[in-house]
Design a protein around this ligand. Sequence first.
Ligand code: ADP
Length: 642
Amino acid sequence: MSFFCCKNISKSYGNENILKNININFPSKGLVFLTGPSGCGKSTFIYCLLGIEENEGKIYFKDKLVSSKEKFRQNHTSIIFQNFYLLDDLTVKENILLISSSSNYLNIVKKLGIDNLLNKKVRDLSGGEKQRVAIARSLIKNPDIIFADEITGSLDKKNSFIIMDLIKEISKDKLVIMISHDQELVEKYNDYVIVLKENLSLNLYKDEVNKTNINNKKLSLKKRILDSIFLMRKSKGKLILSFLSLIISFVLLGLILNVSYNFSSYLEKYKTSAPDYQFLELAKTSTTKIEGTSFSLVKSDVPTSDDLDELKSLISNYELGPNMSTFINSYTSLRMNGEKIDATFCPYLDINGEEVTDIYVNPNLYEKMEGNYLEFFLKKDVEYKSQLNKITQDTVRIALVLKVKSISKEMNLFDTPRIYYPYNAFNEYFKKIKLENLSNEMEKHVSLYSRLSSYTYDNDIYSSHSLYLIPYKNDVPLVMKIINSSSYQNEFSVTSRSITSYNTINTFFEALKSALGIFVSISSLISFMVLILSLNSLIIDERKEIAIFKSLGVTSKEFNSIYLLQILYVILSSFLTAFIIKFFAYLIINRYITFISLTNLKSLQYENSLSFIFTVGISLCAYLFGKRIIKKLDLSKILKEE
Ligand code: ADP
């Protein structure tokens, strides 16, 4: 059985052949020196053995073909570099325990004489001390084979001998393959010497028993977390920038999503809660084509009783009544403390025995009021031709003091001042107003109400062209749909003040929302890309560390998880910080903008789940891109850079 051997190792860079057809069967322990002139490919050779350098040769460990170089590095090898390749910002202890732990840890550091340096930062150590730390780091994982790449190259003589004594000691029960130029050291310490050249075939293996140490050499979760934090220290600046840019995106995205959501649901609520929501204006429409032109004339009129019979077959559960709003609006003047004030009259459904003077006002009007009372004056001279072709005239005069019962919940953003009058109470009141002259002439009681609700079109008094159709509140959309549906639209039309004004605002808001949507999409996309770029550029910053980790036996999968952890720290911490910022921002905004509640739980859920999806998306993309970059890194080139 052979312990460790390589077959047909060849390597060329471009047209230059560096290694050609090298076959060596290594011993299972002892110090093997690898020598040869500078540039002959010694480092390249050991990187080929480690699998850090791609090549077509084959490696066998204990007679088994090594199929996964990563697993081989993880379980059986370790490497010490001339330039130490320690993480300077970390302490000696953190460096030694970077990827493995061992119960033998204290013995090793004592043996290497660095037990008093454990809490010192590596950057403050001498070269000899640094090299001893690097040796401790490679011993801690108890490898079968230790590679050493000119490890005394940057040390003085005295330190070189100290290090070589230690290596010699280690090689008593481990295989150490060491590159060295120093003839004196080679002669003094060698068990074997290999001079690297083309077509080299050597068998150094003597049949010896060797134990393999495969205790669990996988990187524990705790180590992965610690290592990801160590690595993050290096790229602090970039991470803070990514963190801040993400917070801004999250807050902006959140605010816009939340406002859009809240405003939409607010509008929906506003539409149905307007006091005149149920008052649909029903008219009969007829279209006459104007001869000789392509125009048509659409005429709206109060439906006749025949029309109303037809309506009964279409819908049920509704009430009909005269639309007196136009009459009231045309002939009424309003005063507040003697001063004229403008407002539009709309009906509300009074079913709780309201008085004629009980009104609702909208916030826009209420803001202009001083106190709760308004003076209502209606004056109209009514003239009509009687049957005898005689002109009769009546004067209607009404004076009331209206009392504000409540303020209707409405957006005062776009609305004009509005008064909601009690519809049934007004009807009753108008029934009591007798048209004296007309009554005398017709010899019966004729009230204002009966003239207004007679449905016979009379220009003098009745100027509305519609009736009020009052369905149950929940039926409003259905009734509107049925009546406005294509088959009936030429006969009846229904419009609604509150729905029309809602639709106007909604159209405006939808346009605004689309604009905001485009803005959010573009800015999210930009921040998305910037973030992925800056997270990926971490890999470039950390490329030396990635090469060190991997050459020491951390597998790609393990390093990817360390990278993923770094991404998650940045993204989750900014997500949480943004959440807290938004929470306080909403509290403040809600204090000043009262018409929508930004802390509405449902909308927060909606907004946070979208932000969360965004977070997962970025993390995944950053991770997948980063993984590809890590895979493509030329480890051997990076390690040879210094
Ligand atoms: P040694 O360790 O024997 O000094 P190296 O193995 O470092 O030699 O390098 C051998 C030769 O290969 C050198 O001429 C070097 O310039 C070249 N070389 C090493 N690595 C690369 C690389 N990644 N790309 C191109 N040339 C390389």
